[in-house]
Design a protein around this ligand. Structure first.
Ligand code: ATP
Length: 337
């Protein structure tokens, strides 16, 4: 029995959470894999009701669970996810971008993953005013850079792909911080002679994601660049509605969609739940590896192939050119599981 903590979030978060619960309950009923799901509050609504975007009780429950699922939260996102990443040392943010058939993607042969450093850079919140200037500290350490580089190379090693790591930075301008990041990645690369290593400036990477996205395999980069590039890579394969993500540490992991709370479509039953459900597939892979539980891999692969087949048959939500509502699309999935 796996204990899953689930932050239901703001905006489209509760709709995606309902979809996730239906799918998990179906898996619970139909397979040997058993879950105990605890719904938790965090985000704008929690802030309004309790005065804290990340209530203590939510944090304590997450710590006692095996894994956390997090639907998107609104304006208070930095007080929830950025804090959770730091407190739980979830140092690797994994954001895959993969072409699915019949998707509004730029090409049908894209299969890449962004490995984003998750604990440093401009996300440490060290900002202050100095006279009439506003200052933000950009912190990049050698330890964190080497740790994320190692994670990227291990990812490339395990993937059935071109085995290439692209280190993305801007060391020609930020010579000290990104210089350190690039140097650390290049040093780690020497430990992986079978994996091709290349460096790319972030502006060139943004362009190449449009020009030749199929050339990328694993991209390793710093926190802010990773955030921006992963929204771009999601759009390149068809949109944020299909974009899952994982936040991984040595002992714990949290899974969430790449996108935010999408208030523009909240409450309309039109959100694409695939981003969250594919995050659940990533959760199964992580649980499978951690607990040497092959059932997890089987169930995760089944979930992904069901979504893949539905999309291939044109059964889709509105954001990717279909006409299914969130609940209708979820039902199509649960019927096939
Ligand atoms: P944040 O800054 O918190 O990441 P954002 O301002 O980038 O948020 P998102 O909430 O990520 O905005 O949404 C960007 C656009 O993508 C919106 O127009 C939204 O409707 C659309 N979108 C995001 N997620 C989904 C989804 N699951 N299904 C359909 N459309 C989505």
């Amino acid at each position: 029995m796996y204990k899953i903590s689930l932050i239901t979030g703001d905006g489209i978060g509760p709709e995606l959470s309902d979809s996730a619960i239906s799918v998990l309950e179906k898996i619970h009923d139909k397979s040997d894999l058993k879950f105990d799901i605890t719904k938790l509050s965090a985000g704008d609504k929690a802030l309004e009701e309790t005065g804290k975007a990340l209530p203590d009780e939510t944090l304590e429950t997450i710590k006692k669970s095996d894994v956390c699922l997090k639907a998107p939260v609104g304006e208070s996102a930095a007080d929830v996810i950025v804090v959770l990443r730091r407190l739980l040392d979830l140092y690797a943010n994994i954001r895959p971008a993969k072409s699915y058939p019949h998707m509004p993607a730029l090409r049908d042969d894209i299969d890449m993953v962004i490995v984003r450093e998750n604990t440093e850079d401009l996300y440490t919140g060290k900002e202050f005013s100095l006279g009439n200037a506003s200052v933000a500290l950009r912190i990049i350490s050698e330890d964190a850079s080497r740790r994320i580089a190692k994670y990227a190379f291990e990812t490339a090693k395990m993937r059935d792909s071109m085995r290439k790591v692209t280190c993305v930075h801007k060391s020609n301008v930020m010579r000290v911080t990104d210089g350190m990041f690039a140097k650390s990645c290049a040093e780690v690369a020497k430990e992986y002679p079978d994996i091709t290593f290349e460096e790319m400036y972030v502006d060139a990477c943004a362009m190449n994601l449009i020009r030749q996205p199929h050339q990328f395999d694993v991209v390793v980069t710093t926190n802010l660049f990773g955030d921006i590039l992963s929204d771009e890579s999601s759009q390149v394969v068809g949109g944020l509605g299909m974009a899952p993500a994982a936040n991984i540490g040595d002992n714990f992991a949290l899974f969430e969609p790449v996108h935010g709370a999408a208030f523009d479509i909240a409450g309309q039953n039109i959100a694409n739940p695939s981003s969250f459900l594919l995050s659940i597939k990533m959760m199964f892979d992580w649980l499978g590896s951690k607990h040497h539980d092959t059932k997890c891999f089987d169930v995760g692969n089944k979930l992904e192939s069901v979504i893949f087949d539905l999309v291939k048959d044109g059964i889709k939500t509105k954001d990717i050119g279909g006409d299914k509502t969130t609940t209708e699309f979820t039902k199509e999935i649960t019927d096939l599981l």
